[in-house]
Design a protein around this ligand. Structure first.
Ligand code: HEC
Length: 304
């Protein structure tokens, strides 16, 4: 009898997770929200949550909704005005794609003067006012061309993303532009900022990263073998800063910074990225994609 009763309870509890908005939930206190997980959900929610049931609408078939899962079972998400957002351009419904690695939409890295991503929104999440709860509301119902993430994410997950946004907005987490300066397409879009300590970065690397990535960063190759950690960091530090800050979605790698303040975290990230600019110490290895040439502006004076 006891067993049957607890099974029944579990089923009710699971049914409640489906997102039916009728049962009021007590909001978690903001301090209890895991903003590193929020950052990983921002980066790639489906991968972080292992949601293989959600197959995004195929990018190649413009105009047709032909994925799986989601509110209309075709791999799309709904906009607040009732239209569906197709995956044309290949954003895959990642917030990182709609808002960019710097969270600033077309005002930042993905904007028209830099990477000019067709799917980047006019929305600058770092300019969103309000509390964690209010920003979670915004994500839940969507806004303009931002789809309603409440159809695929639980309230707690939305609040984790909101906590990540709010802490970055309010200066408790470093921003992309604290670590790198946005430049121009000709200069590779960005340059690492000055003040990084590559010697300390190499020490942090040995302590925190080498066990998984290998002593020289070639143990795991990324993007189907195209990059080692070093060659990736020398060309895509605008991605790697966020990975170091929050971890890699759906992998054993969590937040890698340990500082209490945004300034301390910024320094750890900048030191690591400065160290990874050393092509001898962190070589390309067996990776298939070219490394950067001498004088490449992205690593600037850190390039070795
Ligand atoms: C517990 C193991 C582990 C630790 C510790 C770890 N990583 Fe990772 N890291 C991974 C795994 C696994 C991946 C995912 C590889 C993939 O997705 O193909 C990854 C991915 C990454 C990526 C993403 C690259 C991309 O293209 O998506 C970066 C950048 C990175 N790690 C940097 C670091 C740095 C810097 C450190 C140390 C400060 C570190 N990692 C510590 C396991 C780890």
């Amino acid at each position: 009898m006891k067993r049957a009763a607890s099974t029944f309870f579990v089923m009710i509890a699971l049914a409640g997770c489906g997102g039916a908005a009728s049962v009021p939930e007590t909001p978690a206190p903001v301090t209890a929200l895991d903003d590193a997980r929020g950052g990983r959900l921002f980066d790639h929610w489906a991968r972080e949550l292992g949601r293989t049931d959600f197959v995004p609408d195929a990018r190649a078939t413009a105009g047709a909704a032909d994925g799986q899962g989601g509110p209309t079972s075709d791999g799309t998400l709904r906009l607040p005005d009732g239209r569906v957002l197709l995956n044309d351009g290949g954003h895959d419904y990642r917030l990182k794609n709609l808002l960019g690695w710097d969270l600033r939409g077309r005002a930042g890295l993905y904007g028209p003067s830099l990477m000019n991503k067709p799917y980047a929104l006019e929305t600058d999440a770092l300019a969103w006012p309000g509390s964690v709860r209010e920003i979670a509301d915004r994500l839940e119902r969507g806004e303009g061309d931002l789809p309603a993430y409440g159809d695929v994410l639980a309230r707690h997950e939305l609040e984790e993303i909101a906590a990540f946004v709010v802490r970055m907005r309010d200066g408790e987490l470093p921003r992309a532009t604290d670590v790198l300066a946005l430049t121009s397409p000709d200069a590779g879009h960005y340059a690492l900022r000055e003040g990084g300590d590559a010697t300390r970065g190499a020490r942090l690397y040995a302590e925190r990263c080498a066990s998984c990535h290998g002593d020289d960063g070639t143990a795991i190759l990324f993007d189907e073998g195209a990059y080692s950690l070093g060659s990736h960091a020398r060309q895509k530090a605008y991605e790697d800063w966020l990975k170091i800050l929050n971890g890699q979605p759906g992998s054993p790698m969590g937040r890698q910074v340990r500082g209490e303040t945004a300034a301390e975290m910024r320094q750890e990230i900048l030191d690591l990225l400065a160290a990874l600019c050393d092509r001898q110490r962190f070589p390309r290895g067996e990776a298939s994609s070219d490394d950067v040439p001498d004088g490449d502006p992205r690593c600037g004076a850190y390039l070795r």
